[in-house]
Design a protein. Structure first.
Lengths: 236, 1119
């Protein structure tokens, strides 16, 4: 019997192997780059049932974070405001705005579509199930909302700024001084470290703080901040 | 490749104690060897049968291939699924999302309510803890801990039934209204034996409204002690005052409460409750026990007399005679030399402690024994005054019995009955009473119950009962302290009603029946009634009421003391036991025991209790007949259980066992037939050590319903009476029981059912450890070899091979490359001490841990394979002395709870390929579940066998449906079912393929640490300076000494577990305990440096007793 396979087919297995290798390698590379929280999670900006603008409420009106997220420095969870928190103001202000229809449905007994059901806000920031992040542990020790959530006060619609990946968490746990700020400034989203130093010249010289790095390190020493990096700190 | 076996040092040649966990080990069968040498039993890690092969490697690859191909279509779905945050519309007061809210409440029970603090998360009760400020706080037992699961039980009754069929509420309302308006109604009320002031007040009102009303009380296994002491009178013991306790078959530490027991346990520790004094044997109490079968109290006893239950009246009479109490004649005299000596020694000891001793009789014992116990207490001056025994007048008086109820039904005195007892009279009434047929004669029977049990189906109406965590009520504790029962949540199902609500409806003129919320969001009508009762006890106004709700009790509201009034029937009571002779092999005694898991059968649908192994027999999910080894041999049913391995004809070596009593899922027990009172019962038998000869012990409450899946093809029968947990479980011994033999029956016959066997989930050999001096015991009595008490104390840490074994070389560095210690946290280093002297082995910690840490139940089949998930393993050892003078048939019983030891040099950590188990700075051996890939190397390398593996997704797929776990993705899911509401939100719910173990309740540790850290802000505010200028001291970040408890420690009524921070020094109870001479480390010589250590058990024998030299030597060596 004649040669069944032509001569060129001798190299075929090698070619297939190279091509397949390149394809697999490419997929692996693409996956490891794109399938990370940095690209998949950061920037997540769902539409909310009420187009609530943090820019208006925080930046223009000047509400403190804790007016609505009232237990954020007490509890592990940051609570989303209950319907009656919104209603406190909005039964008087902008009451007739069509954007507030869901609020009327849940709280306004005179509203035609009233059903008393709570508003379903879409979750933006989500820690995985096996992570136990505690807001109060951070806020009471000089880590601001801004460090993880960004400039919420500038957002018309809230989106996720940081990746919230484990590597990102650990970055700060290894060097918390980059994010520490005086406790008075934790809820001040417009905080600027250099500005703070300039505004408190007396104290800062007394503490020997000149640069923003100095301030972080000083606060770390003063507050006795030693973040843990072992698994059980967050996983249990 | 087989596992490399660590060769433990040789056992010292002078050791005289023989210790064992099971008869298999006592006879050293290869199957037990197997358990010892493997991390998991044979079969636990393999796919053994057909159904398991469905998910074989091949089908796994097939599925994987398909899912990879399908994954391509799914790529567009890479977006994370939208999830929602749903806040309240109106914020409820006190609720902080993510933070637990605690309420004082209590669990009503027949022996006295258990005061509780209930943890709730956003309104869901998840965990129960004892109320530590309550004057009658006695910790919690397994049943109290598990009762929260009943609230969420999927098999809980939730619909109104009329003659067993679903009915409308409106129809029931009509019946109630009709009853309420008919003041001449011949209505009866059947209550449980718990004492509720509001219920008793409403009872009086009902009696005045309905002139023909009758009231009865019934619980299946409460006994009739009141015959000896008077109607509604009960004896309570203050164990703090009792130097010597004689228990006549009374399991007062566990199933037969006689008053708060924490004082009893405090006096088991020579260093005192808080380990704050020098060891002093004179402050310890001494416990004498007379019993037929081992109880947990018997395990604690310093001297235990093993006699058949028939002989107990005679023994009690002999003791009474020795002490000069008047005893009516007619009882057989005690003639056995040994027993007489024992009684003499006991009587002399009791005489020396007049007024400072207590005699307690088991509440289910015949009335004669109660008369005798009372007479002894009176003769010794223990009763009343400043003595330890007090008679209390309860408010449960003037109530009829079940027998009088039957007579009234038959006589037409009542035609309507409201069944409010938690017992199940149609199922559990004595057989000769034939209560079911009388019950059927009632024109209307209304049953209020949490389960659709036999009584529910036999009634004309069944109303689902609200759980005690859903209803307003009140209760009295064992000494009568007024205690609130407050609801944590509205009834989960709208038709659930509490007993008070039903009684209130009958008291209204028009019979308006309100439950749950009442009218337009108002509180339940029961609330007003409880408040009205309280005003008469704690005072009017808001302030005392608020205090009651916060504290849970009213101080100084206990029962009034009284003098016991013996009934006129004394002579009759003694005549009833006069003919009792010791049982013989042809005429055995059958003891109908209260079950440690399901009590009288009411908890048969509670998965935690069913899966918790019986503390003594170590049997889970079933009951069995327990028989002592010699009796079993005489009956010819012993050998086969322990079939010794045959010798191979070719090699002359012993083969692997061919006996049907193999390990793992193949383990079966021989079936026997018990014949007594003219009835028969076929059930499996197990060997029980320390049990009286010629005695069969069968626990009650099982065998309530069967379906098609039953192993013995008993079904379908009454399947609707039970849920998935209770179906096909165990054997019903109630039909064997008559009114006259409600506790034990005489004249039983046992026959071997040749070849018939039943699979049993027996965990006594699971996770057995090797090693020397696992549990250690010393005696306060001077021993020839071991010296006096102080010498024995000093010798604890040198027991086993710890005196001479070489210090092992460690592979671990204790410092990192920079020279920093690896356990670097300067503030917290957590550790635990477990005092074996106080541990009775009651399982409370085991169930508390299950509740706290979201531990799943796995079902009988998986337990049989050794796959139980309990993080705390309650080891139970027996130990006999190798001495002809010692009674080898009455071995000591030693319990030892073992959980992860949090070794500083943990063998599990080095073998984990993915660093899923690593050490934290504060000394915890942490588990990162999301990192675990399930190699199980860690479990293989754990010398304490403390690790558990999720062989299946027990939380997602219901393990109780037959073969469900093996159906993989096609199995029935239980996501969203009510039990998920019980889960602790601060603990990960683990999935399939993940290793888990005790974490020292890391969630509680972290919560305490974070709470302490949050004080930073308070400190800044207090300083009144800008925050950068405030220096936060190291010390202020340290959690206050002993300011929180871990779940097992909290539940323990004995205070046997202490947990704390090593850095706190002697201020922490845990460190004081560890400073005791009794402190030792488990398997010290392998050098793991465990953070959990044990305190040796101390026995306090009476040197004048014949068995004294053999007491306090039960140091357990496993070879």
């Amino acid at each position: 019997m004649a040669n069944f396979f032509p001569r060129w087919s001798n190299l075929l297995p090698l070619k297939i192997a190279v091509c397949a290798g390149a394809a697999v390698g490419g997929i692996a590379l693409a996956f490891s780059y794109y399938a990370t929280p940095k690209t998949l999670v950061a920037g997540y900006q769902p539409t909310q049932p009420i187009p609530f603008s943090h820019k208006i409420h925080v930046d223009q009106i000047g509400l403190d974070c804790r007016y609505c997220h009232s237990f954020v420095d007490v509890s592990g969870h940051s609570n989303v405001p209950t319907g009656n928190t919104c209603w406190n103001c909005h039964q008087h202000v902008q009451r007739e705005s069509p954007k507030l229809a869901p609020l009327h449905r849940s709280l306004d007994k005179s509203y035609p579509g009233y059903d008393g059901k709570p508003i379903e806000w879409v979750r933006v920031h989500k820690a995985p199930d096996y992570v136990y992040f505690n807001h109060s542990a951070h806020l009471n020790r000089g880590i601001s909302c801004q460090s993880c959530h960004g400039r919420i006060d500038q957002m018309e619609v809230v989106y996720q700024v940081e990746s919230h990946s484990m590597g990102w968490c650990l970055e700060c746990h290894r060097a918390p001084e980059k994010n520490l700020r005086p406790l008075e400034e934790v809820f001040n989203l417009k905080y600027d470290a250099q500005q703070y130093i300039d505004q408190h010249p007396g104290e800062m010289t007394e503490l020997g703080v000149k640069t923003t790095e100095d301030l972080g390190l000083k606060l770390k020493a003063q507050f006795n901040v030693n973040p843990k990096m072992s698994c059980s700190t967050c996983h249990r | 490749m087989s596992k490399r076996i660590l060769h433990h040092p040789e056992k010292p040649s002078d050791a005289s104690t023989i210790a064992w966990r099971s008869q298999g080990q006592l006879e050293d069968t290869p199957s037990f060897r197997e358990w010892l040498e493997r991390e998991f039993p044979q079969g636990a890690a393999e796919m053994a049968d057909e159904s398991e092969c469905e998910t074989s490697r091949r089908s796994f690859l097939k599925l994987m291939g398909a899912s990879t191909a399908l994954a391509g279509f799914g790529m567009m779905a890479c977006r994370r699924p939208e999830s929602y945050i749903v806040p309240y519309t109106h914020a409820p007061e006190w609720v902080i999302p993510g933070k637990a809210t605690y309420y004082a409440s209590s669990m009503p029970r027949s022996g006295g309510a258990t005061p509780l603090v209930v943890t709730t998360f956003e309104g869901r009760p998840t965990k129960l803890a004892p109320n530590e400020i309550h004057p009658d706080n006695e910790g919690t037992d397994a049943i109290a801990q598990a009762s929260v699961l009943d609230l969420y039980s999927p098999s809980r009754s939730r619909a109104i039934l009329k003659s067993g069929k679903k009915a409308k509420r409106a129809d029931l309302d009509q019946v109630i209204a009709g009853l309420a308006t008919n003041k001449a109604a011949k209505v009866g009320f059947l209550f449980g034996a718990d004492d509720s002031p509001t219920r008793n007040r409403l009872r009086a009102k009902l009696a005045s409204k309905f002139s023909a009303a009758k009231f009865y009380q019934y619980e299946a296994l409460t006994g009739d002690a009141s015959v000896a002491v008077g109607d509604g009178v009960k004896l309570g013991v203050d164990f703090a005052k009792a130097d010597i306790i004689l228990s006549l078959d009374c399991d007062f530490t566990c199933l037969d409460s006689q008053g708060p027991v924490s004082a009893f346990y405090d006096r088991r520790k020579p260093e005192g409750r808080d380990y704050s004094q020098k060891p002093d044997q004179s402050k310890m109490n001494r416990l004498y026990m007379v019993e037929a079968a081992y109880s947990l109290t018997g395990g604690m006893a310093d001297h235990r007399l093993r006699v058949s239950v028939s002989e107990i009246p005679a023994i009690a009479a002999q003791i009474a005679k020795e002490l000069g109490a008047s005893v009516p004649g007619g009882l057989p005299a005690v003639t056995e030399e040994k027993q007489l000596k024992w009684i003499k020694g006991l009587a002399d000891d009791l005489k020396s402690k007049r007024g400072k001793s207590a005699v307690v009789a088991g509440s289910r014992q015949p009335a004669a024994v109660h008369h005798l116990a009372l007479a002894i207490n009176q003769a010794l001056g223990n009763l009343g005054g400043n003595g330890p025994v007090t008679a209390y007048q309860t408010e449960n008086t003037g109530l009829g019995t079940l027998a009088s109820l039957k007579a009234d039904i038959d006589g037409g005195v009542i035609d309507t009955l409201l069944v409010l007892t938690p017992s199940n009279p149609v199922y559990d009434a004595p057989a000769d009473l034939d209560f079911a047929s009388s019950y059927a004669k009632l024109a209307t029977s209304i049953h209020l119950g949490g389960r659709t049990d036999a009584t529910a189906f036999a009634s004309t109406w069944h109303i689902p009962a609200a759980h005690y965590l859903e209803s307003w009520s009140d209760a009295r504790t064992s000494r009568g302290v007024y205690t609130i029962v407050q609801p944590m949540i509205l009834p989960l199902y709208p038709d659930c009603v509490s007993d008070l609500e039903l009684m209130v409806a009958l008291l209204t003129d028009d019979g308006k029946f309100l439950n749950g919320e009442g009218n337009s969001g108002a509180a339940s009508p029961a609330y007003d009634e409880v408040r009205a009762t309280f005003e008469g006890i704690g005072g009017k106004g808001e302030a005392p009421w608020k205090k009651l709700l916060r504290d849970g009790f009213v101080a100084d509201s206990g029962y009034k003391t009284t003098t016991p009034k013996a009934s006129a029937s004394v002579a009759k009571d003694f005549a009833a036991v006069a003919g009792f002779a010791a049982p013989t092999i042809d005429s055995l005694d059958v003891v109908f025991a209260t079950d440690a898991s399901i009590l009288d059968g009411r908890y048969i649908d509670n998965g935690w209790l069913q899966e918790a192994p019986d503390p003594i027999s170590k049997l889970s999910w079933d009951n069995a007949a327990l028989i002592a080894p010699k009796t079993a041999k005489a009956l010819g049913i012993y050998d086969e259980v322990i079939a010794l391995e045959p010798v191979s004809p070719y090699t002359g070596m012993k083969n692997a066992p061919r006996s049907p009593d193999n390990e793992a899922q193949k383990r079966t027990a021989r079936m026997i037939r018990v014949e007594v009172n003219g009835k028969t019962l076929e059930l499996p038998m197990l060997i029980a050590f320390g049990q009286a000869e010629n005695t069969v012990v069968i626990s009650l409450g099982y065998g309530q319903g069967f379906d098609d899946e039953d192993e013995l093809k008993r079904g379908p029968k009454n399947a609707a009476h039970v849920g998935l947990v209770g179906v096909n479980r165990g054997f019903n011994a109630y039909p064997l029981r008559t009114s006259a033999s409600s506790y034990f029956a005489k004249g039983a016959k046992v026959t071997n059912l040749e070849g018939k066997r039943y699979s049993v989930a027996l965990v006594q050999e699971h996770n057995s450890m090797y090693g020397r001096a696992l549990a250690r015991e010393i005696s306060t009595m001077t021993d020839d070899k071991k010296g006096d008490f102080s010498a024995q104390l000093a010798g604890v840490s040198k027991q086993g091979v710890d005196a001479h074994a070489e210090k092992p070389i460690s592979l671990y560095q204790s410092k990192d490359r920079k020279g920093q210690p690896l356990l670097s946290d300067p503030l917290h280093q957590w550790a635990m001490a477990i005092d074996l002297s106080a541990c009775s082995g009651c399982n409370a910690c085991l169930v508390a841990c299950q509740a706290e840490n979201n531990i799943p139940i796995v079902g009988k089949r998986q337990v049989a394979m050794g796959r139980e998930m309990h993080w705390i393993r309650m080891d139970r050892y027996f130990a006999a002395q190798d001495d002809p003078k010692a009674d080898a048939d009455n071995p000591a019983m030693v319990p030892q709870p073992v959980a992860c030891m949090q070794c500083e040099k943990a063998p599990c950590e080095t073998v984990c390929p993915v660093n899923a188990t690593v050490h934290s700075e504060d000394g915890l051996n942490a588990m990162a579940y999301n990192r675990c890939i399930g190699t199980r190397y860690c479990a293989n390398n754990c010398p304490y066998k403390a690790r558990r593996f999720n062989f299946f997704d027990y939380n997602k797929r219901n393990p109780l449906i037959a073969n469900n776990l093996y159906k993989g993705p096609f199995g029935e899911k239980q996501v969203g079912a009510a039990p998920h509401l019980q889960k602790n939100p601060n603990v990960t719910v683990r999935m399939r393929g993940v290793m888990e173990k005790c974490t020292y309740c890391v969630q509680r540790i972290k919560d305490a640490v974070i709470r302490q850290k949050a004080t930073t802000k308070e400190q800044v505010l207090e300083a009144g300076k800008p925050s950068p200028e405030v220096k936060i001291a190291n010390q202020s970040l340290r959690v206050p000494v002993d300011s929180f408890k871990v779940a097992c420690q909290e539940a323990c009524s004995a205070g046997a577990i202490s947990f704390g921070n090593q850095k706190d020094g002697a201020a922490s109870r845990m460190n004081r305990a560890k400073a005791s001479d009794r402190n030792y480390q488990l398997l010290n010589y392998i050098g793991t440096i465990p953070r959990t250590s044990y305190l040796a058990r101390v026995k306090n024998p009476n040197p004048a007793m014949p068995d004294a030299p053999f007491i306090g030597k039960a140091t357990i060596d496993m070879v």
